[in-house]
Design a protein around this ligand. Structure first.
Ligand code: AMP
Length: 303
């Protein structure tokens, strides 16, 4: 109830990571009546943590799927205990950043007790702060079984004990954020943290590809990133056009600026011909569009 679900959705939308929420995975197991669900239900209903091994097996199996390997991951609600953090460490699974959203206890209790879920759309409401749009939705809203006052108190206690156990493992990656502010303000702060990580990673990658040591002044002067409104390769047909336009316009600006050498790197870490068909299509069309645009300008295109 700190707002992590909302922030995760926004991060995933912008950066294309795969969102892995153990709470959501466990709720799905419970409602499908699987063995994991049967084991987890009692703990969840009582606001207690599900045994480490059950959750860790579930997370590790999700982390090994092709979409996660290709797009990267965002873990939400995991690790929640020292043992879970150590399991990831022992498998050399480390995040680039660890975000801690801080919200005062009273606000958290109020957010949970008033929280309602629309089972049809999956949308989350709050009886006071964000009521449903009409009577029809209002009538079908449900309450999570662990969102009662007593259970929230117990979850808070468990959270405090467990976060204290987890934080030391990630103290070098830890970023505390005041979660008691508007959603957009929080997201803006998270974005600037993630942007730094992306910039560092692409500088390192480029330096490696060019056989240059990372972060030299020379490479910083010569290379410039192309700012586009969309940082990920869009899947959806509707927004692909903006993606092409953005890249083409930015490429034109870079060519007109004589000081800039232009190199377009397109990296797809792992191709899965079945799952990545739209992504591959988008990139092929982009390369074609770029080539045609600059061929029309009489500029040479080396492909
Ligand atoms: P959440 O939706 O993240 O608040 O999780 C709801 C419930 O699922 C928790 O109260 C726990 O019972 C269980 N759960 C979620 N993540 C974990 C985890 N990493 N370890 C153990 N139990 C978890």
């Amino acid at each position: 109830a700190s707002g992590k679900g909302t922030q995760c959705r926004m991060i995933v939308e912008k950066y294309g990571l795969v969102h892995i929420s153990t709470g959501d995975l466990l709720r799905a197991e419970v409602s499908s009546g699987t063995d994991i669900g049967k084991k987890a239900k009692e703990y969840m209903d009582n606001g207690m943590l599900v045994p480490d091994q059950v959750v860790t097996d579930m997370v590790v199996s999700r982390l090994s799927q092709p979409d996660v390997r290709e797009r990267g991951w965002l873990l939400d609600g995991y690790p929640r205990s020292y043992a879970q953090a150590q399991s990831l460490e022992s498998m050399k699974i480390r995040p680039d950043i660890f975000i801690l959203l801080e919200v005062p206890d009273d606000n958290l209790i109020d957010r949970c007790v008033g929280r309602r879920l629309d089972p049809v759309t999956g949308k989350i409401y709050h009886v006071k702060n964000f009521p449903p749009e009409n009577e029809e939705i209002s009538a079908r809203l449900t309450t999570r079984s662990d969102d009662t006052f007593e259970k929230v108190k117990s979850r808070l206690e468990t959270y405090k004990q467990n976060s204290e156990a987890v934080i030391p493992t990630y103290s070098d990656l830890l970023n505390q954020i005041d979660g008691n502010r508007p959603v957009e303000v929080i997201f803006h702060e998270i974005e600037s943290m993630l942007q730094k990580i992306c910039t560092n990673a692409s500088e390192k990658k480029l330096a490696k590809a060019n056989g240059k040591p990372p972060d030299t002044t020379a490479s910083k002067k010569e290379w410039r990133g192309i700012p586009t409104r969309l940082n990920n390769i869009p899947h959806s047909r509707e927004i692909r056009k903006y993606f092409y336009d953005d890249v083409i316009q930015a490429t034109k600006r870079a060519i007109e600026d004589k000081k800039t050498r232009l190199q377009i790197d397109i990296n797809i870490p792992e191709l899965n011909p079945e799952m990545d068909v739209y992504r591959i299509g988008t990139l092929m069309e982009l390369v074609r569009d770029l080539s045609l645009t600059f061929a029309d300008d009489g500029k040479r295109v080396k492909g």
